[in-house]
Ligand binder design. Structure first.
Ligand SMILES: [Zn+2]
Length: 291
């Protein structure tokens, strides 16, 4: 079962996510190439990281508009840890397996939409310039919230080509963070193995955050030891989940208009639609519409 943990220390707050099952599920639904699911899997993991603090009925939507091979990507995540997503070109790169992973993502715009039940949702926008979503996300937090962040995202495969691990973490410096902590954190992140390698080595999320905070205490130069203790504040299960229904789909279908619907149902016998997020198929016949 996928999960995330969230916590805080004197100088930073952190979120860690194991998204292996939900990325596998997304791969099954969308039938992606390895390059596409690596990119989409990182995107879904990023959604959990950004959406970790979503509360109540609030909804977070992320949308990429880039020139990358996967095309546009979209996801929504709620406070219950339900996430669903869509990518334009899951078959990207099928004819050429030598494509660099950065080309799947490309460069462009990231939109962050937080619907908090207000009349107007909050919409943040950030440039995606690096070809690496983790870096693009750190850039988003730095420019929109002036929060220096370390973001790590990963998807790994086993020998048979199946998804082995997916997940990542984000560490954000708190305002007035000690300089020594920033330096040590950067050193530490560079020194440890990648997230998926750590998972493969048998570490769970709690063990990984322990590793990150190991040896982070430092002498302040006057003989005093500054201890960086951390605390886990929340643990939550997360899952790929779509809330589509026949009723909701009907409401979407009806807007194409009476004439168009009658054309389709008389020609094909039914109007068939498929949910973008979960692949569920819905069939409507003329009698379903009260024209
Ligand atoms: Zn659905």
């Amino acid at each position: 079962m996928d999960r995330m943990i969230r916590g805080v220390s004197k100088n930073a707050r952190f979120i860690l996510v194991d998204s292996t099952d939900l990325v596998r599920e997304a791969n099954k639904i969308h039938n992606c190439t390895p390059g596409a699911i690596t990119t989409f899997g990182r995107f879904l993991t990023a959604g959990i990281l950004i959406g970790a603090t979503v509360k109540g009925d609030d909804l977070l939507t992320l949308r990429t508009e880039t020139d990358g091979l996967v095309g546009q990507m979209l996801l929504t995540v709620n406070s219950k840890g339900d996430i669903k997503g869509y990518l334009e070109s899951p078959g990207a790169g099928i004819e050429n397996s030598d494509v660099k992973i950065s080309e799947f993502l490309g460069t462009g715009i990231l939109r962050v939409i937080k619907d908090m039940g207000l009349k107007e949702p909050y919409i943040g926008m950030s440039e995606m310039n690096s070809g690496d979503l983790a870096q693009d996300l750190a850039y988003y937090y730095y420019t929109s919230e002036q929060t220096p962040s370390v973001v790590i995202l990963g998807v790994s495969f086993d020998e048979t080509g199946d998804i082995e691990y997916a997940g990542g973490y984000m560490i954000q410096l708190l305002p007035d963070c000690d300089d020594f902590f920033i330096d040590k954190l950067e050193e530490k992140i560079k020194a440890i193995r990648t997230f998926t390698e750590l998972r493969k080595g048998g570490m769970d999320l709690e063990r990984i955050i322990k590793l990150i905070y190991e040896d982070m205490d430092i002498e302040d130069g006057e003989g005093e030891l500054l201890v960086e203790e951390y605390k886990i504040l929340e643990e939550k299960s997360i899952q790929y989940s779509c809330n589509c229904s026949r009723e909701k789909m009907f409401d979407k279908v009806i807007v194409i208009g009476k004439e168009e619907i009658e054309n389709i149902t008389s020609e094909k016998g039914s109007l068939d639609v498929e949910c973008h997020f979960c692949g569920e198929k819905y069939k409507f016949i003329e009698e379903d519409f009260n024209f």
